[in-house]
Design a protein around this ligand. Structure first.
Ligand code: ATP
Ligand code: MG
Length: 578
């Protein structure tokens, strides 16, 4: 599978003088809007919307849609609404509404005073339905859901007319009102558009536009017991809000004739629906339904589990809003479905954190080192650079003493040829510290595992350089044992063990869960400057990767999530491709 990257030229699309210059990559939707602006369509207005259903938390696929809708509006001098498509009370919850608003803000976008709900329009949508009935373009149908399906026909067979299709407008008006008044049971009847049961497009075979749901709505309470279907509510909500470009994902392409039909029949303002390919990412799933299952079945700890592709999960993992926006820009906007390599997302967060994250030293799997030549009671404060990419971030002091921890994997008793780190008799550099040489290894009597290294140091090498210019092959990170803070570090790996989980439709994605997606290390040691680090703050642990303080941290016990390691597989992929 080939990762898709939009390498399209970064020209600024407009020749019209009113169009702002921009460094945003061009894409076909942007080009359509720019063309419309040139023609002065919609009186030169650009108005988009992001329309989530409040039935789950947002995921990174939604971020693509948010960046596109809010981004285009901002760039082209338009407006973007946030509208909750809350037409199914049985699956919706205020918890989701709140988290969605929070995530959109976190990503860096703002809807100003344009927060809307499809439920705000229930009265007007009802009136629209009544208009259709009066025009003879909608009827109340008493077929059951199963019967409606049977009557609908297939792709190769036309459907059959419902026996209720020829009810008079008067009868339909009366029945529809009774539906509204709660006189029928759920599933007993529906309101359908009267279009064409032999249409080649199944969506046009008298689709249901209202159904009975006897559930309380999180905003309208028990005022309604009939609710509009998505296709009916969506386009008309767009129209009521004066949306000019209704951008949605590809699966709605077949619904566009229906979208247009409602607007044309009702002779209301007509937004243009434009479809683009939804984002898919390797090694994860991107559907709220599936994500909800992972939460409900306890495969993850919640919607904000750092393994989840949700925005709250990515945030907890240490992803920055900027890195996600950059990612959305780089993947571009296409008309054909594809699956994007997770390595690109990781590349984007690395790139961003490289610039912002302070460097610190932390040892994940500690191995004790005693420097025999260093006085017992001595402590030196060594100068350490906070970020070599940004001198403005300054430096800090790191304590050095006789007893230290280094990473267990930085020592081998019998090193193979290419292992350049510490080994018996070998000299290495301690970052910002001294050259040390291993002179003895203390082992666990039972297991034979090294539990302590005895070393000497060269006092002439303070700061990490020797006056005689002799070279060492490795620089190790370390922390001073008496000064170190204890920490838990959670290492994450891919959620699924298969790159494209939907390749085989027969396979339940849950059987593809990676059993090693979380490894919690409980005896880590971090440098004392991290005391009191605030949840959400990001650091580079030198030589290891980027880590973010988890909200599970408490005063004396820090918990970190590994956002991403330092190894950039995306850069490698790009290099190999050249
Ligand atoms: P899911 O399939 O995950 O449940 P959805 O499409 O039902 O998603 P909505 O709340 O309806 O979720 O989505 C709000 C907006 O986000 C819609 O315009 C939808 O097209 C868009 N969107 C959803 N998933 C993706 C995705 N993977 N890539 C791009 N846009 C998406
Ligand atoms: Mg949807």
């Amino acid at each position: 599978m080939k990762p898709k990257v939009d390498s399209s030229n970064r020209e600024n699309g407009g020749t019209g003088s009113s169009l702002p210059n921009s460094s945003l990559p061009s894409n076909f939707i942007r080009n359509i809007i720019i063309e419309d602006l040139k023609q002065n369509k919609n009186d030169g207005r650009v108005h988009t919307r992001f329309p989530p259903e409040p039935n789950g938390y947002l995921h990174i696929g939604h971020a693509k849609s948010i960046c596109l809708n809010f981004g285009l509006a901002a760039e082209l001098g338009g407006l973007c609404n946030l509208r909750f498509d809350d037409t199914n009370p049985s699956k919706e919850d205020i918890e989701y509404v709140d988290s969605i608003m929070d995530s959109v803000h976190w990503l860096g976008f703002d809807w100003g005073d344009r927060l809307f709900y499809a439920s705000d329009y229930f009265d007007r949508l009802y009136d629209f339905a009544v208009q259709l009935i009066k025009k003879g373009k909608a009827y109340v149908c008493d077929l059951s859901a199963a019967e409606i399906r049977q009557y609908r026909g297939t792709l190769t067979e036309p459907g059959r007319n419902s026996p209720y299709r020829e009810r008079t407008a008067e009868e339909n008006l009366d029945l529809f009102e009774r539906m509204r008044n709660g006189e029928s049971e759920e599933g007993a009847r529906v309101l359908r558009a009267k279009i064409d049961m032999s249409s080649g497009n199944l969506n046009m075979r008298d689709p249901v536009i209202y159904r009975i749901i006897k559930a309380s709505h999180h905003r309208t309470g028990d005022k309604w017991c009939i609710y509009p279907m998505y296709d009916f509510a969506h386009g008309l909500s767009d129209s009521l809000e004066g949306i000019t470009h209704s951008i949605c994902t590809l699966e709605f392409e077949d619904h566009r004739p229906l979208y247009d039909w409602f607007l044309d029949e009702l002779q209301v303002f007509h937004p243009q629906q434009i479809e683009f390919a939804r984002l898919n990412l390797t090694y994860t799933v991107m559907s709220k339904r599936k994500l909800l299952k992972l939460v409900e079945d306890g495969h993850v700890k919640g919607w904000d589990d750092p393994r989840m592709p949700t925005l709250v999960g990515l945030r907890r993992r240490g992803y920055t809003p900027q890195s996600i926006r950059t990612f959305c820009e780089r993947i571009g906007v296409a008309k054909r479905d594809s699956i994007v390599d997770m390595a690109l997302l990781e590349h984007c967060v690395r790139e961003d954190l490289n610039l912002r994250a302070p460097r610190v030293m932390a040892v994940l799997r500690p191995l004790k080192v005693v420097i025999e030549s260093y006085p017992e009671d001595r402590v030196e404060e060594l100068d350490a650079v906070n970020n070599p990419e940004d001198s403005g971030m300054g430096s800090r002091k790191v304590p050095f003493s006789r007893v230290l921890y280094i990473e267990r994997e930085d020592f081998m008793e019998n090193p193979p040829k290419k292992f350049f780190r510490l080994a018996p008799g070998r000299e290495v550099r301690l970052r910002y510290g001294y050259y040390i040489k291993c002179v003895d290894v203390v082992k666990d009597e039972k297991t034979g595992e090294p539990i302590e290294l005895r070393c000497t140091h060269d006092p002439e090498t303070r700061g990490g350089w020797s006056p005689d210019g002799r070279k060492v092959q490795a620089t190790l990170h370390w922390v001073s044992a008496p000064h170190a803070l204890p920490a838990e570090v959670r290492l994450y790996d891919r959620l699924l063990s298969k790159a494209d989980p939907s390749e085989d439709k027969e396979v339940d994605f849950r059987s593809l869960l990676n059993p090693d997606s979380l490894e919690a290390l409980n005896s880590c040691k971090v440098e004392p400057s991290l005391a009191g680090a605030a949840p959400g703050s990001s650091y580079q642990f030198e030589r290891l990767g980027y880590f973010c303080v988890d909200p599970d941290s408490s005063g004396d016990r820090l918990v970190f999530n590994r956002t991403v390691s330092l190894r950039d597989t995306w850069a490698k992929i790009m290099k190999a491709g050249k």
